[in-house]
Design a protein around this ligand. Structure first.
Ligand code: DP6
Length: 361
């Protein structure tokens, strides 16, 4: 597939107005995307677990408007008009206009809500951009009913990527690769694809308990963060390492070796933060409680042998990852020992999920 394949040639039908609703989850990267080229193309391939409970629900209503050269839309979060969301969506519309030529034919009302609190430090861009992209693809489907499901998902992921890179990994589940990797068939820089090889039962239904250490606004926006990888002294080694780690995961997913898995994903999380600490300007995005939690996890793993592990986003919150079969003991430990380090004791229990879902209006 190339970008050209996503430009519609013509539409078979026309439609005056309507409304579609989709829910789409967040995802958590195991091998991290950090650093991008022009047009939202990643510097290295990444892989993520799609989540289940942390999601955005978006209704997109559309009505034909007079032809004009402007986008016309309103955005609501939890029923409240959000003027401050408009610039990001305007930028998104500009980037995708060539692929969605009907964008200027309609007035749109975007009504969105998240299942996780807005001020949780959990980014809603992945779930939000993928939900909106699925809504747009539902409209494209109405205009062109012959499109296949494979094409719809691929194009939705392609559009979502243009909104926010990691969003392209939220359209489907449960394990999604984004970025060309020579050992992974079908992988592409343009959109996320389902991981195509054997995955051991140990990695099915993996659990993710998200410890909300710091619920404040992101200290560094992802755009600023990715840009720090331009002229970064360790950039080329880092991109090579991500490729290596993804290659190593192929054998690990097959064998079910959770300890080898842990070594890779924890190293990925710490490398992501190391990149931020060694860029100019430099940032420390972990908080003291992030380190307390990491040390407790290591201690507990040492003492019990249970395969508990962590990963981090570009912030202070900790994603605690573990197999479903060990959930009882590990959750007990989390509640007794780790929740005390969370802001107001807040945490979210999530697990692997299977991507965006259409909701009947
Ligand atoms: C640290 O997808 O938020 O979560 O493409 O600029 O929107 P933009 O960035 P974004 O970056 C996510 C970075 C990360 C790692 C990851 O999810 O792979």
């Amino acid at each position: 597939m190339t970008e050209q394949d996503f430009i519609p040639k013509s539409y078979l039908k026309s439609i005056e107005n309507g409304s579609v609703t989709w829910s789409s989850p967040s995802n958590i990267a195991l091998v991290k995307y950090w650093g991008k080229k022009e047009h939202q193309l990643p510097q290295n391939p990444s892989i993520s677990f799609t989540l289940d409970n942390c999601k955005t629900v978006t209704t997109l209503s559309f009505s034909k408007k007079e032809a004009s050269n402007n986008f016309s839309f309103e955005v609501f979060l939890d029923g409240e008009k959000k003027e401050d969301f408009k610039p990001k969506i305007e930028t998104f519309f500009k980037r995708i206009e060539v692929y969605i030529p009907f964008l200027k034919d309609y007035h749109f009302v975007i009504e969105t809500s998240n299942t996780f609190p807005h001020s949780s430090g959990i980014a809603s861009s992945a779930s939000g951009m993928s939900a909106l992209s699925m809504c747009l693809m539902s409209i494209e489907m109405m205009l062109n009913p012959k499109l296949s499901n494979t094409f719809i998902n691929q194009k939705a992921s392609f559009l979502a990527r243009l909104g926010s890179g990691s969003a392209c990994r939220s359209v489907e589940g449960d394990l999604i690769v984004w970025g060309l990797h020579e050992a992974i068939e079908g992988s592409s820089d343009l959109f996320g694809t389902k991981y195509p090889y054997e995955v051991h039962d140990n990695f099915k239904n993996y659990q993710d308990t998200i410890l909300l250490v710091d619920k404040g606004e992101k200290q560094v926006s992802s755009t600023v963060g990715h840009n720090l990888m331009h002229n970064h002294p360790f950039a080329s080694q880092r991109f090579a390492q991500a490729n290596d780690n993804l290659a190593k995961l192929i054998q690990i997913f097959k064998s079910g070796d959770v300890y080898a898995f842990i070594e890779i994903i924890e190293s990925e999380a710490l490398t992501l933060h190391a990149m931020m600490m060694t860029s100019l300007p430099y940032f420390i995005l972990m908080k003291p409680n992030t380190l307390e939690i990491i040390n407790k996890i290591w201690e507990f793993r040492q003492d019990t042998g249970l395969p508990i592990s962590f990963t981090l986003d570009a912030g202070a919150n900790v994603h605690v990852l573990y197999p479903e079969k060990d959930a009882k003991l590990i959750l007990e430990f989390i509640k007794n020992e780790l929740v005390a380090y969370c802001q107001n004791g807040h945490y979210i229990c999530d697990k692997i999920g299977f991507g965006a879902k259409k909701i009947d209006n």
